[in-house]
Structure formats: C-alpha cells, structure tokens
Ligand binder design. Structure first.
Ligand code: BYC
Length: 307
C-alpha cells in the first residue's frame, strides 16, 4: 500500500487494525505515544499511592485505593495495545526503566498534603480527560477502544478529586488554605501536561494528519483552562495566574506565560521527583521477578498438559 492509499483510508475514517498494512513511521509513532501513555499510568500510581495509608477516612481510603488500581489497569490495557504493534511488553518496560522512554512530566512533582490528592484528581485527571476523550476516536483501533473504558474511569477520578477539593474549600480556614496551596503548586504543571506549545511541538502536524491526535496541544490546553476556571470559582479558590482573564472577543480565557524551561527540565529527568519515581519502578520490577517467573512456569505447565 502506498502512503497516499494509507492516507486516503485515514481521511475516510477507516480504523487501522493490527494486521493492516501501515507505514513504519505510523507504527513507530503509535508505539511511542501508547507506551509513554502506559508508563504515565503506571508511574502515576506513585504520587497517589503515597497517600493511601494516610487518607483521612475509611471511605476516602477505599476510593483512593480503587482509583490507584484503575491506573494500574489503564497501564495494562495500553501495554497490550502497544503489543499489537509488534513490540513486546519486556521491551517497553525496559525502555521505561532505562530512562529511554518518557512518561508524563506531571508525575515528577511531590504530593505534600492530602489536598494534593484532591488537586491531582481535579486537575491532572481533568487535563487527562480533555486529552483522552478525542483519543477514543483516533485512527488506531486497539488504542481507540482501550481509551473508551479508560475515559469512563477517568471521569470518576476527576469527580473524586473535585469532591476532596470541595470538602476542603468548605472546611476550616486551614483546610481551605491547604486546598489553595495545592492548587498553587499543581496549576502550572497541569497546563504543561498538554505538551509544548504548537510552535515547538515536533510531532503534532504528522500525528494530526494520521488522526493519532485530533487536536493540537494548545487547543487542548485552552479547552482545559476554559472548563477549569469556572470550577475554581465555584470552589472559591484563586488560580495562581495574575494574567488570567476572560477574552470576550476570542470566547476563551487568556493565560499568562508558561515557564517552558521548567517543563523541559522535568522531561530531561531533572524534576523534583524524577530519580525517586524511576528508582521506585526499578525496585518494584525487581521485587516482582518471582511473580513473572511463576506465571511463566504455570503457563508452560498448562501448555504441556494441553499438548
Ligand atoms: N510529559 O511533539 P510533542 C494520566 C514530549 S496519564 C513528558 O508535542 P506528542 C494519569 C513528547 O513525548 C497522562 N513528555 O509530542 C495517569 C515528545 O518527546 P519524544 C499521559 C512530554 O506526542 C495516572 C516531546 O515532548 N497522557 O493522565 O505529539 C493518574 C515533544 O512533544 C510531555 C498521554 O500520554 C509531557 N507532558 O504530544 C492520573 C496521552 N508532553 O517522545 C492521570 C497520550 C510532550 O519525541 N499522549 N512530551 O521523545 C499524547 O496525547 C501526546 O503524546 C502528548 C504529547 C500530548 C502528551
């Protein structure tokens, strides 16, 4: 199949399936994006897992446990979607553990107080949903189908985060201050989650042509800002951006400048928690070796029995 024929299939809305012919760079772009997405879900368990033992009530603890387990599930669906493109699970995980593959910048920030768990659910999962709902319509079948279930679960995650923020914002002055402090620290990193500005994004043009991405980074960032500012107003919290204002002409909020040097520093491995996050994954992988060995031995035994 020529590149033109492939592009025509994409343009006419045909989903690409694992056994279909596809250009090598389409396959590689998908492996990069899907595996980085999977790694983000897996590493994303760490900042929240940090609070499971300290959740303030039994109910909050049960909800947080369920949420963190959901993130593990999302990682697994996405690793499976990546495997349909011809890369093994071992290779993808090796790329994460060696530091070769990226994962979302947002998970390199620390969770200092309980309000951070609220801010992550509200802002981080909120930003993730804005990015991920369009991915349910992306051109690669297994990725699009995995995203449908992920988005349903992410919606519950955002609601639980907003509920924590609402409880704190309506609580004592100390609790409200804690919620405000979490918003102050998580706001700008949440905007950076959407990736570099369109002018700097090297993959957007090709990924949009292939419908691997349906919106640009700046379009999704704007959508996130527009939906989140009224929510902050409802909470009675201040977004930490003195330049934030409604632009009636554009029909969108304008924001102040994003500190891109901070973003690039984090994705180069020098954020506040990069080393700690990777170390935690390496140790978990080593500690889990016996489980993988046992599962492989069991599978071999079943195969021998069946033969
Ligand atoms: N962090 O050309 P660009 C979650 C990299 S999980 C780190 O715009 P692209 C959740 C980018 O990879 C959230 N790196 O790239 C989980 C590229 O580097 P490489 C994860 C970033 O791919 C648990 C370079 O910068 N969501 O929500 O067109 C609990 C140039 O960027 C980031 C997904 O992965 C970043 N923020 O666009 C709670 C969604 N941004 O690969 C929540 C799927 C950019 O050339 N992914 N880079 O070395 C996407 O939609 C796109 O990959 C992105 C980036 C919008 C993220």
């Amino acid at each position: 199949m020529t590149r033109e024929d492939f592009q025509q299939r994409i343009d006419s809305g045909i989903k690409i399936e694992p056994k279909d012919a596809m250009p090598e760079d389409y396959r590689k772009t998908l492996i990069r994006q899907i595996s980085q997405h999977a790694h983000s879900e897996i590493v994303g368990q760490l900042p929240e897992g940090n609070w499971i033992t300290r959740a303030p009530t039994l109910k909050r603890k049960a909800i947080l446990l369920a949420k963190v387990q959901d993130e593990a599930g999302h990682g697994l669906y996405l690793y499976s979607a990546a495997e349909t493109l011809g890369i093994t699970r071992e290779e993808t995980i090796e790329d994460l553990l060696s530091g070769k593959a990226k994962y979302s910048s947002i998970f390199n920030y620390p969770t200092l107080t309980w309000a951070d768990i609220g801010a992550i659910g509200w802002l981080v999962d909120g930003a993730a949903i804005v990015n991920q709902i369009p991915l349910c319509r992306c051109s690669y079948g297994p990725y699009a189908r995995a995203m449908v279930r992920i988005c349903k679960e992410e919606t519950f995650h955002t609601r639980q985060g907003f509920d924590i923020m609402l409880t704190l914002a309506r609580g004592t002055p100390e609790q409200k201050a804690m919620a405000q402090d979490a918003l102050n620290r998580w706001w700008w990193p949440s905007l950076m989650m959407h990736g570099p500005s369109d002018a700097e994004s090297k993959h957007t043009a090709q990924s949009m042509a292939w419908k691997i991405k349906l919106f640009t980074n700046d379009e999704l960032r704007q959508k996130f800002v527009d939906q989140t500012v009224p929510q902050a107003e409802y909470l009675g919290l201040q977004i930490p951006d003195p330049d934030l204002k409604w632009n009636a002409e554009r029909g969108h909020y304008d924001i102040g400048p994003i500190h891109w040097d901070e973003f690039y520093n984090v994705i180069r491995g020098n954020g506040p928690c990069n080393r700690e996050r990777l170390q935690a994954r390496i140790e978990a992988h080593e500690r889990g070796a016996w489980v993988r060995e046992a599962a492989a031995a069991y599978a071999t035994k079943q195969r021998t029995k069946a033969a």
